[in-house]
Ligand binder design. Structure first.
Ligand SMILES: [Mg+2]
Length: 315
């Protein structure tokens, strides 16, 4: 049996985990700081294809979260990487989307055109118009392949709920008869592409998310350890309804205190019996039940069985 010490890498969903709308979730800045201080590789993940990583980094910075743009990964970036893997450089696409998507496609040296493109690539935009939609339908019926960044039917906005990529994809599919291929969550391709982007293996990576039906299923199917936070969409009472379960459940990333190195075994027996986790909510509580500061917490290795007793695992 060979053991090697390695730091865990983290794929972290953004909405509902680090931020909620324009509000930072308590503990998120400290979590990001701990990741950076202790040298863990990580990516902040979002299905939102509208913004570039630079835009998102700036928006997060304004909220008090210091996440460099090279630590942000969007469904638009995953879509571009997927298309590059399928077709290589020099492909052609008719795109409905914002700069987050067009920049990603230009980044793989693709040409955006409505003149006989190989692909129709659908993201999200603030300015859908019937001419664009009609053009996409004609191109699809003419033989173009149909790729969509993310299957979300709707999403939040400052004005309230708005239709998202999945809803517009349904319109195009209904009109053209062509079914889209969705790259974003819950497609595990999104997580695998993110892992490739980070250059890490799934067995050394943790998916942190707030949705069972996207983050957790995607993480499980990509072969990652999973942590469900209850600060977003999924409620604790909803979890047991799912046929798959996260590795761990915590209230929020405020419970993800100091991070430590994990020992990862090279065989199944070791991995299953001795899984070390990089956090423990109770380890962060002082004798009176108050939260310790990060600097006062001494890292220690623990076994999965010691962790959150409410978490339902596959054990
Ligand atoms: Mg989320």
């Amino acid at each position: 049996m060979k053991n090697e010490t390695t730091k865990k890498s983290y794929i972290i969903d953004m909405d509902g985990v680090l931020v909620s709308g324009r509000t930072v979730i308590p503990g998120a800045p400290e979590f990001i700081t701990a990741l950076r201080r202790e040298g863990h590789s990580f990516l902040v993940l979002t299905n939102n294809p509208v913004y570039t990583p630079g835009d998102l980094s700036h928006r997060l910075q304004k909220l008090g979260l210091e996440v460099p743009k090279d630590r942000i990964f969007t469904s638009a970036m995953a879509t571009a990487m997927f298309l590059h893997s399928q077709r290589g450089k020099g492909g052609t696409a008719f795109v409905i989307g914002e700069s987050g998507l067009t920049e990603a496609l230009h980044g793989i040296d693709w040409v955006l055109t409505d003149q006989d493109p190989e692909y129709v690539v659908l993201g999200e935009t603030h300015a859908y118009n019937i001419d664009q939609i009609s053009c996409a339908v004609r191109l699809l019926t003419g033989g173009a392949h149909f790729i969509a960044t993310n299957p979300d039917a709707s999403g939040p906005s400052e004005k309230g709920i708005e239709p998202a990529c999945g809803a517009m994809a349904a319109l195009l599919e209904k009109a053209s008869g062509v079914t889209p291929f969705f790259v974003g969550k819950p497609n595990p391709l999104m997580m695998r592409t993110a892992l490739n982007y980070l250059g890490v293996h799934s067995e050394n990576a943790v998916m942190v998310g707030d949705r069972m039906d996207t983050d957790i299923i995607g993480g499980i199917e990509a072969g990652m350890e999973t942590i469900l936070v209850l600060s977003g969409v999924t409620r604790r009472e909803d979890v047991q309804r799912f046929s798959y379960q996260p590795s761990h459940i915590i209230e929020s990333v405020a419970s993800l205190g100091t991070l430590e190195e994990a020992t990862v075994g090279s065989d199944c027996e070791d991995s299953a019996s001795g899984l070390l986790v990089p956090f423990l909510a109770s380890a962060l509580l002082d004798e009176t039940g108050g939260m310790k500061t990060f600097s006062s917490v001494k890292p220690r290795a623990i076994h999965r069985a010691d962790v959150d007793r409410d978490a339902r695992t596959h054990d």
